[in-house]
Design a protein around this ligand. Structure first.
Ligand code: AMP
Ligand code: MG
Length: 415
């Protein structure tokens, strides 16, 4: 019986081998308003305090708190964006709007709802103040939201909407981030045709490429589409060479034990194969290599994943190994998939020889305050329908028999 020459690694050992090679890419400067989803490469500190001046929290009247309730003349008004050119002396008040700088002399604000404006026939309007306030009430002191020099965002932070807002607050227009990894995708197989093409004898449509391109985009990678290569040494080699210019190259197909499974020897030739078999179901023949080439700006290393051809195996191994690698290159502090515990809604059969990554849909169950995992059905590795609506891979142990309904299992989140 033909035996693969590659030792069978555990998923943990294989993932550790991948992450040992996945170094974050050198930082680049981009526009802050285009930085959504990137990981920050340098700390951001506030160059000024926020607010830069004591500001009113309410629409109302700036007062001297010690005056207390009573009726006082209106000495002026300040709206947001203007500065007062007068002083609030004891026994007077000034109109202020939310966000307006406090006029000098005033130390608190009474909101408009607790006042009444009494028009005077001649002279200034009189304002009836009905509430007693303490100094500082409804005033934001300088720097209360952000102190000058405060660490606003730490290197390693993922930039979401709030973080983009904080960059704007800090006046940052250009920001240092880790770039999106460039990920090349190549489908291999003489049987493959593009989705728009009628099927000839023996042909099937290339589903892996469209699927992997979408999966790369979903994790924040940039795509280099290398199309389909037939199973010839020359064609594969030319496509792989092009792909090695990317940060990551994904091939699918051609890594099993068939006569035309040419990817492993090709990768041995192009670089170093770190593993060629992993004890898992599906995805056993997943292969990982690195290839380093010299270019103008020094050495460039490409992480190459030879994904199995079966669509489900391709996508499962992409999530387990390529996603953490892409996230590590993109600067994520913890590139691993998130893990939760879930209860099985039904009994699941186990595989005695390999841990299985069973596709499932998790939902939160209010009654038990936990996740419930529902299998997507038949787990055949050619049946992409088993990935439909799946948002988790259940990590089922290798064992005889089955896991009964209600068992607590560990689930990797992929949705
Ligand atoms: P291979 O690993 O090349 O032996 O392929 C294993 C199985 O996956 C075969 O049935 C292939 O036809 C199928 N396959 C390989 N590549 C693709 C692809 N890009 N899209 C859909 N099916 C594929
Ligand atoms: Mg093939």
């Amino acid at each position: 019986m033909a035996e693969s020459p590659y030792p069978m690694l555990s998923v943990e050992a294989a993932l550790a081998a991948v992450l040992a090679q996945a170094k974050r890419l050198p930082p680049v400067a981009i526009l802050a308003r285009q930085a959504l989803g990137y990981i920050l490469a340098a700390d951001i500190r506030a160059s000024e305090p926020l607010p830069p001046f004591p500001a009113s929290v309410k629409d109302g009247y700036a007062v001297v708190a010690a005056d207390g309730p009573g009726t006082y003349p209106l000495v002026g008004e300040v709206t947001a964006g203007r500065m007062a050119d007068f002083t609030v002396t004891p026994g007077t008040v000034a109109y202020v709007t939310t966000g307006a700088p406090m006029p000098p002399g005033a130390d608190a604000v009474v909101m408009v709802e607790q006042t009444e404006k009494l028009w005077a026939r001649n002279g200034p309007a009189q304002i009836e103040i009905r509430a007693r306030v303490r100094p500082g009430d409804d005033v934001r002191p300088v720097g209360v939201d952000v102190a000058e020099g405060e660490l606003v965002l730490e290197a390693g932070t993922r930039l979401g909407p709030a973080e983009i807002g904080l960059l704007a607050t800090a006046g940052v227009t250009d920001v240092s981030v880790y770039p999106r990894p460039l990920v090349a995708v190549l489908s291999t197989g003489d049987e493959l045709v593009e989705p728009g093409t009628p099927l000839g004898p023996g042909q099937i449509r290339d589903s892996n490429r469209a699927m992997l391109i979408a999966a790369i985009q979903a994790v924040g990678g940039e795509v280099m589409d290398l199309g389909i290569s037939g199973d010839s040494q020359a064609s594969l080699e030319a496509s792989v060479q092009r792909g090695l210019r990317a940060d990551v190259l994904l091939t699918s197909g051609g890594v099993s034990m068939g006569d035309l499974d040419l990817i492993k020897p090709l990768l041995e030739h192009a670089g170093q194969v770190h593993f060629g078999r992993v004890r898992m179901k599906p995805g056993k023949p997943i292969t990982f290599a690195t290839s380093t080439t010299a270019n103008a700006s020094g050495d460039h290393t490409c992480l190459v994943f030879g994904l199995p051809g079966n669509p489900v195996s391709s996508l499962v191994t992409f999530y387990l190994f390529a996603v953490p690698a892409i996230r590590a290159l993109a600067g994520h502090a913890d590139p691993n998939l998130r893990r939760v515990q879930a209860r099985l809604s039904h009994a699941l059969p186990l595989d005695p020889a390999r841990p299985e990554y069973h596709r499932a849909t998790l939902r939160w169950d209010m009654a038990t305050n936990g996740f419930v995992a529902e299998s997507t059905g038949s787990q055949s590795s050619s049946r992409l329908l088993s990935m439909r609506t799946a948002n988790a891979l259940l990590e089922l142990p290798e064992r005889d028999g089955e896991l009964p309904a209600g068992s607590l299992v560990s689930a990797l989140l992929i949705g």
